[in-house]
Design a protein around this ligand. Sequence first.
Ligand code: ASP
Ligand code: MG
Length: 237
Amino acid sequence: MKVLKFGGTSVGSAQRMKGVAKLITGERNIIVLSAMSGTTNSLVEISDYLYKKNPEGANETINSLEKKYKKHVEELYTTNEMKRKTLEFIKEEFNYLRSFTKGIFTIFEEKIIVGQGEIISTNMVTNYLIEQGYNAALIPALEFMRTDKNSEPDLEYISKNIKIQLDKVPEKDIYITQGFIASSTSPKTTTTLGREGSDFTAAIFANCLEAEEVTIWKDVDGLRNADPKRFPDTQKI
Ligand code: ASP
Ligand code: MG
């Protein structure tokens, strides 16, 4: 078994999602995905508005994000059936986000909101793979990705429960799941592994499944001799 992780840029558009599908081969591999690039930032922005008791601001960001997703869905699928199914899911997701604009807002609600990007991207990619004839299934990370009372991954629980989830949908070639999000035990709620946490998720799953390999895919043109954000004249090696 191998674990492959694709980050926000790799799933950043319908086109990129199609590219990810081409990279997935082999049997019984686990694909860990981030949210589409920019989405987690928008979800943080929505939370910031809600902390500041500005539901109008939050709704504006929710509406413009929903618009973007509807466009991605139009571009991603070829069949009307999958378009309709995924648009229905998107509608439910964004209505769920809107439900947070009424009522109290605390760190618990914030954690749920910022994790929705991964819920959306994994559903979209799974539906795409199924539409394209891949033998794929979504396994929900919140069912097995758990942190303990010190906010550290509970490796024993994860090892046991990831296998239970895989056994529920046996004989699939590809299992898609969410990076970044987790369930915490005390208090019992949804949490995250912190920004940019999906690489860590992939490493944890690989460890718990004693995978032969974990690959953190990067959507770049190659390896450079220095960080191009810090040096002007880097060269591709
Ligand atoms: N989507 C999350 C973030 O933007 C986690 C990740 O991409 O690794 O921080
Ligand atoms: Mg990343």
